[in-house]
Write a protein that binds this ligand. Structure first.
Ligand code: ASP
Length: 434
């Protein structure tokens, strides 16, 4: 009995996940939706809230203390540039893989012509062509291209910190604060730094407490996801088959990221990284991947990502403190891959031809849209609006892919978190000994 209680966290989460799936499956067969909705779902919701409630203090404290530990500005600059280059390179590669798979498999073309014509009538409205140039121009008229940069700066830190989807604004405030602390004479900055260091320790303790509830929370999340997915499977068989192929394209692409791209990037860019270290890397971050899969939120997973990366991958806190909060918010390989596949699928289902220029536009807008996606469930799908508009398609097309989205969110969040850990590992390997 005692031994069972001492199982490592990832095993407990895994057991919770399996029990949740088993319960979800039985509850769908037995029509227990009422009980699941009223008594199981709130448990998962409570766990998600516990994770979300520490997101802002965690990001703030870890970034400020992370930055303040870097004594010289040049080394901060080097680390920042390395991190951004890795974030962007992997995100571009991810979209390219997504576009490649979608063009190869053509999941939307599996629909019979009459279903496609029907869909086009329902969703595309008056928009007919796929002229990227035209819509691009419209977008410029609506909003300045660089507005997204301005939007990363909060007008008021308290209102930014009151909403988890404004994490990028909290980050820009924390970066400025951390930078000011580095530049200030040590004596003057020390009291505030002490405060943030203490906040950091307290938040990490809260994470420990919350993680004790992870197996139950994860079980409840899996059970409610399964029962809501089951309610979504009505519809024409042809559409279901096409949607299934589309979902397999996304999942296949994510597996490519996890088992091909990530190990390759680690091997190429990390200092002193041997092929056998791939196993060590994955073993160390596995619990964070499981939590990402169950919560569909990089932000909610962040506390555990920190723990795995610092305690198990032995990455310096100042590197983890810089790379992970930034990565959770802007580095989303899984999301960008998914966006590429989703847009091609919707275009094919509507019978629209995407030109090479459109596909290139897709590449860039998917990267930007994934950077702009908040690290919460469903955010990647909401940002698809921008990507669809960039190639002249009606955003209402999203309706087509809503059904399997929660499932795909689980996979893409896992890839997002894995990529953050990978970048932290690579950046850490290039840092000089302390
Ligand atoms: N749920 C994802 C994340 O938190 C974002 C997305 O919806 O793709 O990383």
């Amino acid at each position: 009995m005692k031994k069972r209680l001492n199982l490592p966290l990832y095993q407990k989460i895994l057991i919770g996940m399996l029990l949740g799936l088993l319960y979800g499956w039985i509850s769908v067969q037995q029509q227990w939706q009422f009980f699941t909705f009223n008594f199981i779902q709130p448990l998962g919701d409570a766990f998600m809230r516990l994770l979300q409630l520490i997101a802002v203090p965690l990001v703030l404290a870890s970034l400020v203390t992370g930055l303040a530990q870097i004594k010289d500005i040049a080394s901060l600059g080097r680390m920042g540039i390395r991190t951004l280059i890795l974030f962007l390179t992997t995100t571009f590669l991810a979209v390219a893989i997504g576009l490649g798979i979608a063009n190869l498999v053509q999941p939307g073309n599996r629909l019979p012509a009459d279903v496609r014509a029907e869909l086009q009538k329902t969703y595309t409205g008056t928009q007919t062509g796929s002229s990227a140039a035209l819509t691009g121009q419209k977008a410029i008229e609506e909003q300045p291209v660089l507005q997204f940069l301005a939007d990363t700066i909060p007008k008021n830190i308290f209102s930014a910190a009151s909403d988890n989807s404004n994490m990028l604004q909290v980050i820009s405030f924390a970066l400025l604060l951390g930078l000011a602390l580095v530049l200030l004479p040590e004596k003057e900055g020390r009291p505030l730094l002490r405060f943030f260091e203490s906040l950091n320790s307290v938040v990490l303790k809260m994470v420990d407490l919350i993680m004790a509830a992870a197996p139950i929370g994860v079980a409840a999340l899996m059970a409610s996801v399964l029962s809501s997915l089951a309610g979504n499977t009505s519809g024409a068989l042809d559409l279901l088959l096409a949607l299934g192929t589309y979902a397999l394209c996304v999942i296949g692409g994510i597996f490519c990221l996890l088992f091909v791209l990530n190990p390759l990037v680690l091997l190429i860019f990390s200092k002193k990284f041997k092929p056998k270290d791939v196993l060590f890397f994955y073993k160390s971050i596995f619990p964070a991947q499981l939590l990402a899969f169950s919560t569909s939120s990089s932000a909610a997973t962040l506390p555990l990502t920190f723990e795995r990366v610092e305690q198990h991958l032995k990455i310096r806190p100042r590197v983890a403190g810089f790379v992970l909060p930034l990565g959770a918010t802007i580095n989303m390989d899984g999301t960008s891959l998914y966006q590429g596949v989703a847009v091609v699928f919707i275009a094919q289902a509507f019978g629209l031809d995407l030109s090479l220029l459109d596909q290139l536009t897709l590449l860039f807008t998917s990267v930007l849209a994934s950077i702009g996606s908040a690290a919460v469930p469903g955010a990647g799908m909401v940002m698809l609006v921008i990507v669809l508009k960039s190639v002249g398609m009606d955003p209402a097309g999203i309706a087509l892919i809503i059904a399997p989205d929660r499932l795909l969110d689980m996979f893409r969040t896992t890839a997002n978190v894995t990529s953050d850990c990978m970048v932290a590992y690579i950046v850490n390997s290039h840092e000089k000994e302390d």
